[in-house]
Design a binder for this molecule. Structure first.
Ligand code: HEC
Length: 249
């Protein structure tokens, strides 16, 4: 169903903290604008037909030296919005100039480079999110979100090999499948339902040719192959992690 608008509320605030009114519904949060501790976000989703529902995210903000780190503790399985945490660096004058020169500056440079590389990699994969909204005015370094980023990129590599080994015989290396018997995975909107996808891979589809892989593949491997199909061939259906797979075993 078409999403018309998403209102995002932070903690107990009465006024929306952000309103996203066009896709992609991506909210980027800068943890340095928030106090350390646990926070939550309620995304109130207004659909084109007038119906409304809401999704809750819980996340934590911690401070590691000059860097604020946001960690998403729980997110809805299916939500039309994507919450991203940027690692942000506090730009106050540090106590010791030496420390700044020897520790903070290289870290800043590193974050900047890593962030830029990641950002470039992502821009290559999908259109730059138009609706990106930063929560604060501070300088943001778009670094890898704790759970996604590097891990997902690494997962993508062996995910592809796993796919070619276990899945391509039916769904084809191009993801086109051989409909109607072997469904295409490229451009398949059912893949937005991560629970369905992971369960299908773990348990197969009894009564069809789709075999179960739960006994052959570890949680990491299932996550890797699923992340591959969620993002290969122009797909852009998010990612899953091994913990999520473990829960559905
Ligand atoms: C022997 C053939 C075969 C192999 C190998 C196979 N699949 Fe499937 N897959 C199928 C069939 C057939 C279906 C459709 C089942 C149905 O009709 O419900 C399916 C369905 C799916 C679906 C659900 C698609 C939808 O729209 O509901 C996913 C996701 C999927 N497969 C992923 C995989 C992955 C990932 C692998 C490898 C780890 C894999 N499949 C290996 C035959 C196969």
């Amino acid at each position: 169903m078409d999403v018309a608008r998403v209102e995002v509320y932070l903690d107990d605030q009465e006024k929306p903290f952000a309103i996203l009114d066009k896709p992609p519904f991506v909210l980027e949060l800068d943890p340095s604008t928030l106090a350390e501790g646990t926070h939550y976000i309620i995304a109130v989703v207004h659909y084109a037909d007038g119906s409304v529902d809401h999704h809750e995210y819980v996340f934590e903000v911690r401070r590691k030296g000059p860097v604020f780190v946001g960690h998403i503790a729980s997110a809805p399985v299916m939500s039309p919005i994507e919450l991203k945490m940027v690692d942000s660096v506090e730009l106050e004058a540090p106590a010791k100039p030496d420390l700044f020169k020897h520790a903070v500056l290289p870290l800043l440079l590193f974050l900047l480079l890593a962030g830029t590389a990641l950002w470039l990699a992502r821009v290559g994969e999908k259109p730059v999110p138009g609706g990106v909204l930063a929560a604060g005015g501070k300088v943001e370094v778009p670094a890898a979100p704790a759970a996604g980023g590097g891990a997902a990129a690494a997962g993508l590599a062996d995910g592809k090999a796993l796919y070619e080994k276990h899945c391509a015989s039916c769904h084809l290396a191009s993801g086109q499948g051989m409909p109607p018997t072997f469904p295409a995975l490229a451009g398949n909107e059912n893949l937005a339902d991560h629970e369905m996808v992971v369960k299908t891979v773990l348990h197969g589809r009894p009564g069809t040719a789709m075999p179960p892989f739960g006994n052959q593949l570890s949680d990491e491997e299932v996550a890797a192959v699923v992340n591959y199909i969620l993002n290969a061939w122009g797909n852009n259906y998010g990612t899953v992690d091994p913990e999520f797979v473990a829960k559905l075993r």
